[in-house]
Structures are given as C-alpha cells and as structure tokens.
Write a protein that binds this ligand. Sequence first.
Ligand SMILES: NC(=O)c1ccc[n+]([C@@H]2O[C@H](COP(=O)([O-])OP(=O)(O)OC[C@H]3O[C@@H](n4cnc5c(N)ncnc54)[C@H](OP(=O)(O)O)[C@@H]3O)[C@@H](O)[C@H]2O)c1
Length: 285
Amino acid sequence: MKTVILGGYGQLGTALEKLSEEPVVALSRKDADLTNAEPLFAKLESLSPEILINCAAYNLVDQAEAEPDVAFALNAEAPARLAEWCEGRGIIFVHFSSDYVFGGDTSRDVPYREDDVPFPVSRYGESKLAGERNVLAACKQSFVIRTCGLYGPSRSPGKGNFIKTMLKLAETRDELNIVDDQRCTPTFTKDLALASHQLISTSTFGLYHATNSGSMTWYELAKEVFRLQNLPTVVHPITSEQFGAAAQRPAYSVLDCSKLSQTTQVSMPSWQSAVERSLKCPQNE
Ligand SMILES: NC(=O)c1ccc[n+]([C@@H]2O[C@H](COP(=O)([O-])OP(=O)(O)OC[C@H]3O[C@@H](n4cnc5c(N)ncnc54)[C@H](OP(=O)(O)O)[C@@H]3O)[C@@H](O)[C@H]2O)c1
C-alpha cells in the first residue's frame, strides 16, 4: 500500500523508510511543514497515500515549558487535522506518542498499560497526550503508538539522541554525572520501525505501547554504552533535582507492550541487544 511519511528525515522516519518494502515517500520538513496547512494538504492530495505515517513532532521537552503553544501546534493540532483528512478519505493514519503522557503517579513501579489513566508532568507530555486523543477521536482507522527515548540514525543532519550525546561528551570528558532516578525503556528506531510495520499490517487499529523490553535509568544506559565501546569514561549517578532540567520527567514510565506482542505475535528485543546493535550502525545516514 502506498505510504507517505511526514517528518520522514528524522530518526524514526529514516528507519521506517529504510525498512519498507511497499512504495514509500518520505517527506522532510522542507517538503511538508505540518504547521503550514494549505501546501501540506495540497502535497498530500497529489501523493494520494493509502497509509499516512506522522513522525514529525516537537520533541524539545525542556523548551516546551517556555513555548507550549509551539509544542501544542505541532504535537496536538497538526495531528488532529491530519487525522480528519485521513478519515475523510479512508486513509490509514499512524501517529507516535510518548511515555511522557505518564509520570504523575509518583509511587508507580509496574509498567503502564494502554488503559492506564495518563497523567503528564510536563507541557511536552500534555501536548503529546492531546495529540493522541485528537487522532483517536478523529480517525477510526488510526494507530497511535507510544514509545520512549528514541535513538537511531537519521537523514536529517545533526539530530541528537542520548547515545550520540554520551559518545560526543566522552570525547572531551573523563567523568560524567548522569540522572539515575528516571526509569524507562529507551528504544532503537530500527526495532520500533519493524514493530510498527507488523502492527500496521494487522489493521487492528487503536492505541499501543512499543518499546524495547526491560527497563533502565539514563545512568545505567550511559554505563552500558561506555562498556560496549570500551571507553574509560566514569559515570556518576545523580538525581533529577541535581541535574535541574527545566521540565519535570517521570520517575517511572516503563510501558507494558503485551498488547503489541499479542496483536503482532512478535516480542520486542531487549534494550541491551538494541543498544549493542545500534552502536554498530553509522549514526547519520
Ligand atoms: N525522540 C524521542 O526520544 C521520542 C520519545 C518518545 C516519543 N517520540 C515520538 O516519536 C516520533 C518520532 O520521533 P523522532 O525521534 O524520529 O523525532 P526526530 O528525529 O526529532 O524527527 C522529527 C522530524 O520532524 C520534523 N519536523 C519538525 N517540525 C516539523 C514541522 N513543522 N513540519 C514537518 N516536519 C517537522 C523534523 O524536521 P527537522 O529534521 O527539520 O528538524 C524531524 O525530521 C515523534 O512523534 C516523537 O514525539 C520520540
């Protein structure tokens, strides 16, 4: 089925395009800006996709505290318009959301299921939650896939992620302080792209969680990256409070992916295997 990917040059868009065996058009922000509706929909009409995948997003979690309108425009309002457009034409719409729709339950220590009540603790999380609700309300043939801490190669130059940042910092620093009180499951885009393809082929629409399996803190992930790369960088655990980011993050946002595995009959690989495989890929494409 003819597929169009918006935000197609970002990390996930790059992985989805690479994996696709179907005819696929990946559009960059320059080709199709989600905040400029008229040329966007003219472009989409001319391409007449059967599946529209939206990987474009405002992902600047800290900056969203200062400019929530910008985050909501891209993460909530644009997906609503896209979902309506798909609904009117019988097009399947695929949209991605975030584990940051959770976090307000501070005593949580078991993975979140799709039917748990969201409780974001940041403006970014609120904007992603509004987006997923808008999409599910507007388009019956939609998939909304919540994921976490993506890393993988990207066609768009200069796209950062946690692993790239660690490797860059290790070039100049012998010791690093990394947050150890946020437990989640950062995910390799290649694994998420494969799971998304498998899910889309089932036509079992709705809300899904999709991350690698297991869980870690950012401190644990940094240590694993340096171990696998044989780097001598020493990592010290610190608290989120000591780090002092502008936006609050969930202390626990591990996602239960059993609905995905029951639907697709495929389990997501462990985070350890994902990190190891990702380090063997070139970081930019
Ligand atoms: N990254 C994460 O850690 C993470 C975690 C949880 C969920 N997610 C979700 O997963 C999805 C994919 O994320 P990702 O990591 O692939 O993001 P990404 O690498 O930042 O890619 C997003 C793409 O969207 C494009 N974009 C930004 N503003 C746009 C606009 N106004 N119109 C059209 N395109 C625009 C960007 O273009 P430029 O290249 O020009 O900037 C970029 O290529 C998103 O929905 C995201 O919210 C991501």
